[in-house]
Structure formats: C-alpha cells, structure tokens
Design a protein around this ligand. Structure first.
Ligand SMILES: Nc1ncnc2c1ncn2[C@@H]1O[C@H](COP(=O)(O)OP(=O)(O)OP(=O)(O)O)[C@@H](O)[C@H]1O
Length: 549
C-alpha cells in the first residue's frame, strides 16, 4: 500500500501525466478543428469536396492508430518536416480523431429537424446564417455527450504514443515497472491516474451539458418556472383587438382602409373585426375591391414530381392583393407541395411562379439561383410562411424567434428588434410568454408565435400550411382568431391550405379545390362549399361536412 501511495505522488509519473495531457490536448483540439472542416466538406453539396472528405475518413478510420503514429514520426522527416515525439503524437492523434469528430458533428447537424431549416430559409436567412444561428447551436448541444466521450477516447489513445517514445504516463509506467518489477503497484497507480483524468473530462462534459440544457436556461432567463401555462392562454374572446403593425403589413388595401368584408358588416365576425371594419365608412364591398386589386402572385402551369410520383400536374392560379384563398382538397392532393414551391423550399419541374414579376429561385433565363440569392429574393418578394408543425427554433425564446427575421435578415439592432418582437407577440396575445422556450408553450401558443415570426418578416403574401391541423380542438380557435383578424381587418394576402371548411367560409374570398395534383374547381368560397360542381369536390366536401357536423 505504501509503495502504491509512493507511486501516486512520484514526480516521474506525474511528469508523464503532463505529457499525456499535452498529447491529448493536441489530439483533441486538432481533431476537433479537423472534424469541423471534414464535416463541412462532407455536408457540402459539391461531390468532389464531399468525396475528398469521405476518402480521408476511409483511410484514417481504416488503418490502426499505431501505424499512423509511426508514419507521422518516421515518414514526415523525409519530407523535411521534423517534429518532436510529442508533436508527432499530437498530429497523428488529431489526424485520426478528426474522422470521428467529423462523423459526430455531421450526425448532429443531420439530426436537427428539417423543419428548422425550412423555417429559417422561409424567413429569408442566408445559408451561412442558418448554420450559425439555427442549426449550429442545436447541433452543438446534441453533440456534447459524444464529444465528451471522444475526448476520453483521445486520452486513452494517447497511451499508444509510447510506440514512438513519447514519455507519457504509460511509457513511464512501463519503464518503471521494468526497472523495479513492482508491476501491480505501478500499473494500479497509473490506472488510477488515468481514471482521475478521464473522470475530470466526464465532469467537464456534464457541466457543459447542464449549462447548455435548454430547460435550465429557460428558467434562468425568466427566474421563474416555465411549465406550460395554459392559464395564460387567452381564450379567443380575450384575444386583444388587432393593432396596426409597425410595418408588418405592407398592404395598400389595409393602409387605405378600403376593404369591408361582407361577413363583418353582417355582424358575423368577432367584435374586434367589427370595430376595425366600421371605421371604413362608405368603402366599396370587399369582393369588388379584391377584384380591382392587382395580381400579387401568379402561378402558371406548375408541375412537380418526386421521383416517378407526379404530385402537381399543371397548376394555374392568380391571387390578388389582399385576397384570401383557401386551398382545399384531400390528403396527398399536393397543397403543401404547392405552398413549398411558391417560396422555393422545393424546386419547380416546369412552369413559373411569380410575385409581381419576381420568380423566387430562378434567374431570368430560368437557371436556378444559389440559395444565398434565393434568400434575398424571398425577402424582396415579401413571402412569409406558417408551418403545420410550427417549426419554431427550439433553442430560442418566443421573442427571440420572432426577432430572427428582424435581426438576421433586416439587420434591425437587437434592442429594437426585441421591442418589435414584443409588440408582435402582444398582437397575437402572447406578451406574457415572450421569454418562454417553444417546448414550454402549448401547440396553439407555438402556432401564434409562428404567425408573429412570419409577420416580422413584413410579408406581402402569407402562406399558411394547415396552420391548425396539428392542434388539439380547444387550441384551434385561438389560432383561427389571429388568422381571421389578419385576413379581415388587415387585408393581408393569404393562401391557406386547410381542412377547416367553417374557417375557410369565414375568411376566404375564394376557395380552390385540388385533387390529384390539379385544380378541379375554384370560385367564391360559399359557391364552392355549398354548390360544388365537380363530383370529386362534391364528394370530398360532403365527407368533410359530415365529419365537422
Ligand atoms: N419530399 C417529398 N418526397 C417524396 N414525396 C413527397 C415529398 N413531399 C410530398 N410528397 C408526396 O407528394 C404528395 C402530395 O403531398 P402534399 O403534402 O403536398 O399533400 P397535401 O395535399 O398537402 O396533403 P395533406 O393534406 O395530408 O397535408 C404525397 O403523396 C406525398 O407523399
């Protein structure tokens, strides 16, 4: 026992620890930097670049580390690069570890829900900002445990550096044991030293994990619990009356207060809507105003296939400024695909989609633009999107989510962006939940934050992809209230894919019925809903009516 304690404090072995730490640090940090580069190359769309990354991985993962150590130590001097044993060990460890870090980082990036990228692209973020602000932080959190365990592996692998005479802990233990024959005490002591070192790495990993834990961050930011607060959810009747939004809706019709909806003047709309409408004395009817408005979005002969599956087979549609169009149709008819083509989340096979002459995603000669330029075009076209599954950025609070397009697209200074975000959250009745993370919000609340985020991008045309179909029935109404007020009171141009016929009847000027990738029927909403002419539309609407009743 006393000899064991003696070895534990022996300067010769403690010096070995220092060398082990040096080799480990070189291997870890060098490997991590190399892994970042390799994962970026592997994820790049360029086949040559990703091929180089794959080839590197095959070579360095497929050969023993011992051979790599010997190679770096003995072969590099022939190329005029002479490294000290510790440096050679660090380089070989880094080269080897880079392949493992690359896989860890690549899988963490691929593990971030695609909806996050879709939402980031939809608000107009450029690819680099999407990676830096949205995907990167979420991937980094997911990668912490694997990075921690790779750090431990790097330290254990550093023991192989004894093969090139690096005087690290294992080599010194061996030398000492060969001289004293006290194998058990020496290796027991050095094993304990390794345990302490790897235990410290694990402790550091757990500390970082705790610091990055979103639930803890959420409660720290607020200084109060962030459990789902259903009590804070305003009931539809309590949703604050819509207020004109600080540049959020650039809509001539709204600004001039020219539109009055028949339903509103008949008293069928909520109180807030009535009061908004009644200020517009003597205005023309909404129908007539919409007919006179200019075309905001033109869709011409649009086709789309996924492999052999032809999803859209020639869609033609025009939407006028301030018009609200409901896209109806059975599941799989291509409604979501059409919305995703409109803001270029998917590419068109044939046909054109244009916002006042801007074809998002394409050059004048029809060639596809790089994503960086597409992002700018989305902003120029003024297209916003609300997703079926909300797609809020999971690592950001409500107000940070809403501030994303302001800060990182429109370059509004942070304080001002946050103040605008607060106003938009107030607008959708969620001022109370400004500091909550998406995971602490109910579905209805998340969708209202999603709407506020889309509005922050100052859209001319808002696309809503089944905004209520992922919600519990009791949450549907609160979201519909917000959409209703945007449509009726503020005259925002909207294309809404929905299965909610009652809602479509209330807000939509026109209903478009799709099936099998074609528009089978379109017209005034009440006409399509009450007197469908196409047999498929009649059958579908009858079935939905039956379910709704
Ligand atoms: N990325 C994709 N890859 C392959 N097939 C796809 C892809 N996206 C959509 N599809 C297919 O295209 C068809 C139309 O899907 P889409 O989501 O547009 O329909 P939808 O009318 O919106 O349906 P729902 O009302 O259920 O949302 C479906 O058969 C779907 O499986």
């Amino acid at each position: 026992m006393s000899s064991f304690l003696h070895y534990l404090s022996m300067p010769y072995l403690l010096g070995g620890i220092l060398v082990t730490l040096q080799a480990t640090a070189l291997g870890f940090f060098g490997g991590f930097a190399g892994g970042l580069v390799l994962s970026g190359m592997a994820l790049s769309g360029n086949r040559v670049v990703s091929g180089i990354a794959r080839t590197y991985s095959v070579i360095f993962r497929g050969t023993p580390l011992v051979l790599q150590l010997v190679f770096v130590f003995t072969a590099l001097p022939h190329a005029g690069v002479v490294l000290s044993p510790v440096m050679a060990a660090g380089v070989a460890l880094a080269a080897n570890e880079a392949t493992f870090f690359a896989e860890i980082l690549r899988s963490a990036v691929l593990g971030v829900d695609k909806g996050q990228t879709d939402a980031a692209r939809a608000v107009g973020l450029r690819p680099w900002i999407v990676m830096r602000r949205i995907v990167g932080p979420q991937a980094a959190r997911a990668a912490i445990p694997a990075i921690g365990s790779e750090a431990v592996a790097t330290m254990k692998n550093s023991a192989l550096a004894s093969i090139i005479a690096v005087p690290e802990l294992t080599l010194r233990s061996n030398q000492l044991a060969s001289a004293t024959f006290d194998y058990f005490s020496i290796f027991f002591a050095s094993g304990l030293m390794y345990l302490v070192l790897t235990g410290a790495i694990t402790g550091l990993q757990l500390t970082i994990e705790r610091a990055a834990d979103l639930s803890r961050i959420g409660s720290r930011r607020r200084g109060r619990p962030t459990a789902p607060d259903t009590a804070a959810t305003p009931e539809p009747a309590e949703t604050p009356a819509p207020q004109p939004m600080n540049g959020a809706v650039h809509n001539g019709a709204f600004v001039n207060g020219a539109f009055v909806n028949g339903a509103v003047t008949n008293g069928a709309a909520p109180e807030g809507a009535v009061s908004n409408a009644t200020v517009v004395n003597g205005a023309v009817s909404r129908d007539a105003a919409v007919r006179r408005a200019r075309v905001a979005l033109t869709i011409t002969d649009v086709h789309k296939s996924f492999d052999d599956h032809e999803v859209l087979r020639g869609i033609d549609l025009e939407i006028r400024k301030s018009e609200v169009v409901a896209l109806l149709g059975p599941s799989g008819s291509g409604k979501s695909t059409l919305l995703r083509l409109i803001n270029h989340l998917e590419t068109i096979d044939r046909g054109t989609i244009s916002f006042d002459g801007i074809e998002v995603g394409y050059r004048d000669d029809g060639a596809t633009l790089p994503e960086r330029e597409v992002a700018r075009q989305r902003v120029d076209a003024g297209v916003g999107m609300v997703f079926q599954h909300f797609n809020l950025f999971g690592h950001l609070t409500s107000r940070e989510n809403v501030a994303v397009p302001l800060r990182w697209v429109h370059r509004v200074p942070k304080d001002e962006a946050m103040a605008q975000a607060d106003r938009l959250l107030d607008r959708v009745g969620l001022a109370e939940r400004a500091h909550a993370l998406p995971r602490h919000l109910s579905g209805g609340q998340q969708q209202r934050v999603g709407i506020a985020r889309a509005l922050a991008g100052r859209p001319q045309v808002l696309l809503l992809d089944e905004p209520t179909s992922a919600l519990d029935p009791e949450r549907v109404q609160e979201v519909l209230e917000v959409i209703r007020s945007l449509a009726l009171d503020e005259g925002l141009t909207m294309l809404i894919a929905t299965h909610q016929l009652g809602f479509a009847r209330e807000v939509a000027d026109r209903a478009v019925f799709m099936a099998g990738g074609r528009v089978l029927e379109q017209g005034a909403t009440t006409e399509v809903l009450d007197h469908p002419k196409h047999p498929t539309a009649a059958r579908f609407l009858r079935a939905v009516h039956t379910v709704e009743v």
